[in-house]
Structure formats: structure tokens, C-alpha cells
Ligand binder design. Structure first.
Ligand code: CAA
Length: 246
């Protein structure tokens, strides 16, 4: 197996942690950003206790200059980024007629503009090395929309537009760019949805349960593998059957 350097943004969250564990388990060097140093330190210790050493850089993914500096630091510490997973994201759920400009821009900045901020400094190295894997972690709600998520759905749909353009521009450089669209996975983000709303949503999942973070990580590992070299611009729906559009 070729050892690669992987950057997973938002790695301290539920899906991000699972992706980092999976890629580290495959032998890759792994890095992530974090915002809260206290949370990050206890997370780092928990990962280290399981034998996963993570290169961590305090960076807000909404800040383009900070992202460029983060990428440089990671490259100096563990090597040029070969695998990038744009996973960082937030919600500010509310119906649109009540949504503030701040709730709109916070979500667009963290979920969509972050893809520009982090991918822009990474892509040149991938093109120079003629190998790269970029994965956007989008959402079922970018595909189907969701009551109370005009901001989030717009950002998540935008991520796939980003994927399919980047995929075309970089195909001849050995770089694949794909999207994973998870449904409702048992993470803090989903658990923050009011219980009665969450139960109604869970009842719409044919497989009959929320997803597990590892089930998303497994797909990311597939998309970032050496063998997955002829799949680009795709969107993998992983949602327990809740949305089967194509
Ligand atoms: N379809 C139709 N009507 C709906 C509805 C739906 N899906 N959801 C709520 N409503 C209706 C209610 O029945 C209620 O109607 P009445 O007023 O006639 O009784 C009305 O909307 C409530 O509207 P309000 O504006 O008063 O809503 P609220 O302030 O109580 O909360 C909400 C609305 C914030 C959207 C809340 O319903 C909510 O949190 N929903 C979940 C949103 C969601 O799925 N978020 C996903 C977070 S996890 C994630 O994003 C990860 C991922 O990628 C999947």
C-alpha cells in the first residue's frame, strides 16, 4: 500500500473522527484542523490512546489565509496533502422566513466557502505530483432539500457543483473529485435535532435506523483508495434508503 498524507477538515466531529480513524488504519498520515483547543486536546488524547497520531492545526476553515497557512504547516510536518476530505460543517436550522443573514452566511461560509479555502492551497501540489483524491462530505439534504435548512441545503448542493467542476479540470492530473452525501447519521449534529422531529425523520429511513459514522468513513476510504482511479465527479448517496433519487 502507498502511504499518503490525508487532511480531513472538521476531524474532531462524529463523521470526521471516523474518517480519520479509517484512513489512519489504512496506514496513511492524517491531519485535521480544530477550533476549540480544550475539546481538541481531549480528542487528541482519545485518538492517541487508540494509536492514532493526528497532525492538528488550529484553523477556522472560513478564513482563507489561515487555511493556506494550515496547509503549509501540514506539508512541512507530514508531507504534501494527497487526500483531502472537505468534511467541516455546521447547521443553523430555522425556517427561511425567520432566518437571519448571519445564520445564512455562517452556514455558507463554513460548509461551502471552506471548500474553496482549503482546496485552493492543496490542489496545486496534487497537480504537480499528478495524484490526488478530493472528497466533499455533502448531505442528503443538499439532494432533496429539508424543511428548516435553506442555508444548509444550498451549501450542500453547492458542494457537489464544486465537485463536478473540479473533477473535470483535474482529471488529467490523476486527481479524482467525488461527493459523499450522508443521510441522518448518529452524531452530535443530528442528535441536536429536537427528539420528536428526529423520530419522524428516522421513521422515513427504510433500513430502519440512523447511520453509523463508520459507514460513511468506509465510503470515503473507497473513494480515496489507489484502485478507485476511474471514478470522478460522482455523488455517493449513503442514507439508509431515505432518498433514492439519482
Ligand atoms: N414538513 C412540513 N411541515 C413541517 C415540517 C416538514 N418537514 N417540519 C415542521 N413542519 C411544520 C410543523 O408541523 C409546524 O406546523 P404548524 O405551525 O402548522 O403546527 C411548523 O412547521 C413549525 O414551524 P416553525 O417555523 O414554528 O418551526 P420551529 O421553529 O418549531 O422549528 C425547525 C422548525 C427548526 C425546522 C425544526 O423543525 C427542526 O429542527 N427540523 C429539523 C431540521 C433538520 O432535519 N435538520 C438536520 C440537522 S442534521 C444535518 O443537517 C445532518 C445532515 O446532513 C442530514
Amino acid at each position: 500500500m502507498t502511504q499518503r498524507t490525508a487532511l480531513v477538515t472538521g476531524g474532531t466531529g462524529g463523521i470526521g473522527s471516523a474518517i480519520i480513524r479509517y484512513l489512519a488504519g489504512q496506514g496513511h498520515r492524517v491531519a485535521t484542523n480544530y477550533r476549540d483547543p480544550v475539546k481538541a486536546e481531549s480528542w487528541r488524547q482519545a485518538m492517541a490512546a487508540d494509536g492514532v497520531e493526528v497532525c492538528m492545526v488550529q484553523t477556522d476553515v472560513t478564513d482563507p489565509k489561515a487555511c493556506a497557512a494550515m496547509v503549509r504547516e501540514i506539508e512541512e510536518k507530514i508531507g504534501g496533502v494527497d487526500i483531502l476530505v472537505n468534511n467541516a460543517g455546521i447547521t443553523r436550522d430555522t425556517t427561511f422566513h425567520k432566518m437571519s443573514y448571519e445564520q445564512w452566511t455562517a452556514v455558507i461560509n463554513a460548509n461551502l466557502n471552506s471548500c474553496f479555502n482549503v482546496t485552493r492551497p492543496v490542489i496545486e501540489g496534487m497537480r504537480a505530483r499528478k495524484w490526488g483524491r478530493v472528497v466533499q462530505i455533502s448531505s442528503i439534504n443538499g439532494q432533496k432539500g429539508q424543511y428548516g435548512q435553506a442555508n444548509y441545503a444550498a451549501a450542500k448542493a453547492g458542494m457537489h457543483g464544486f465537485t463536478i467542476s473540479l473533477a473535470q479540470e483535474n482529471a488529467k492530473f490523476g486527481i479524482t473529485v467525488n461527493t459523499v452525501s450522508p443521510g441522518y447519521v448518529a452524531t452530535d449534529m443530528v442528535m441536536a435535532v429536537p427528539e420528536e422531529v428526529r423520530e419522524k425523520i428516522a421513521a422515513q429511513i427504510p433500513i430502519g435506523r440512523l447511520g453509523r459514522p463508520e459507514e460513511i468513513a468506509h465510503a470515503v476510504a473507497f473513494l480515496t483508495g489507489e484502485e478507485t482511479a476511474w471514478m470522478t465527479g460522482a455523488n455517493l448517496s449513503i442514507n439508509g434508503g431515505q432518498y433514492m433519487g439519482w
